[in-house]
Ligand binder design. Structure first.
Ligand SMILES: Nc1ncnc2c1ncn2[C@@H]1O[C@H](COP(=O)(O)OP(=O)(O)O)[C@@H](O)[C@H]1O
Ligand SMILES: [Mg+2]
Length: 310
């Protein structure tokens, strides 16, 4: 279990992380979502020991890691959102280089490199120059590099950005395999639906603060609840309906499109039934009443833009 507690990070006077807390259970494939500038990279770099926090703690299996960088480096792997330039190294040489950084040489390094190349589907590119690899292949090589020391937890910063659908699919399959091997994987993106397809749970960061966290089922449910209720009544009763809805504390906003009213509603299913019942007992002829299918994208936008207006 990784527990991030009350992290703060300033860049000059700018507060990039503002009391950021998050728990990720062992073996999870966790999606870390936020708009550009929300603080994802900052959080990840602190968690892997590349950046100092101004306050807060990171615990792995109960042990405070920010004071023990060596222990932290053993536990975590990091795949940054950029790929460094390495002149004239083959994929195999590239991994040997990183293996040597962990004191792995000779036959051990050879077999580790083969194993990792196999894991990321690059065996056929073993002797290909790194600069000659496609973007998706470079990304996978970077992933292999992050696994050289066999960490329990792997952080990947926006690995899917800029990949074509095929490369993205391949990446997803590899991450699922790693997850099945028992690794904890934390993967960031600025696109919620992209992560929802493969993650077990998701956390949303906005302005350096965690605003929503849940299992993928919970996030889908929240998305469904975030979409408006559609109510169709006869046009001559619209004013009456507006007057009734105005009194309902769960009705945030009503807009009319012809005889269809779109209601932003924050109550529960029971509150929804009570509202419908109230309309009917007030002699409103309700022609239809249903909730639009909620999309993850609209949920994400609602959370982020809702907070921007505050
Ligand atoms: N080295 C830095 N110096 C100053 N500001 C920075 C630096 N790194 C990041 N920031 C700012 O901190 C905020 C969070 O950045 P970052 O963690 O990179 O967000 P994300 O990865 O979610 O896009 C942004 O507003 C960014 O401009
Ligand atoms: Mg980033």
């Amino acid at each position: 279990m990784i527990e991030i507690r009350h992290l703060y990070k300033r860049y000059g006077r700018f507060l990039a992380l503002n009391d950021f807390s998050l728990n990720v259970g062992n073996g999870e494939l966790f999606g870390f979502v936020g708009s550009n500038g929300a603080g994802k990279t900052t959080t990840m770099r602190i968690c892997v020991g590349l950046l100092r926090a101004d306050g807060g703690e990171v615990l792995i299996d109960g042990q405070n890691m920010l004071r023990d960088h060596r222990a932290l480096a053993d536990k975590v792997g990091y795949v940054p959102d950029y790929f460094g330039v390495y002149k004239s190294l083959t994929a195999s040489e590239y991994l040997h280089f990183f293996a040597s950084a962990y004191g792995i040489y000779g036959k051990e390094a050879d077999s580790l490199t083969d194993e990792l190349l196999d894991l990321v589907n690059l065996t056929t590119k073993k002797n290909t120059d790194v600069n000659g690899l496609s973007r998706g292949m470079k990304q996978r090589l970077c992933l292999a590099r992050g696994l050289v020391h066999n960490p329990d937890i792997l952080f990947l910063d926006e690995p899917a950005s800029g990949l074509d659908p095929k490369a993205r699919y391949e990446l997803k399959e590899i991450l699922k395999n790693l997850s099945a091997m028992g690794k904890t994987i934390i993967i960031s993106s600025h696109i919620l639906p992209e992560l929802a397809e493969m993650c077990t749970s998701v956390g949303i960061i906005d302005k350096g603060h965690l605003v929503l966290q849940g299992s993928i089922e919970e996030i889908h449910r929240a998305a469904a609840m975030s979409s408006p209720l559609n109510l169709t009544v006869s046009e001559e009763q619209i004013d009456d309906v507006f007057n009734i809805l105005k009194e309902n504390p769960f009705v945030q906003k009503v807009t009319a499109q012809g005889s269809i009213l779109k209601i932003v509603f924050t109550g529960t299913k029971e509150d929804e039934s009570a509202m419908l019942n109230n309309l009917i007992t007030s002699n409103i002829r309700v022609n239809s009443f249903y909730r639009e299918e909620g999309s993850l994208e609209s949920l994400f936008m609602q959370i982020v833009t809702g907070r921007n207006n505050k």
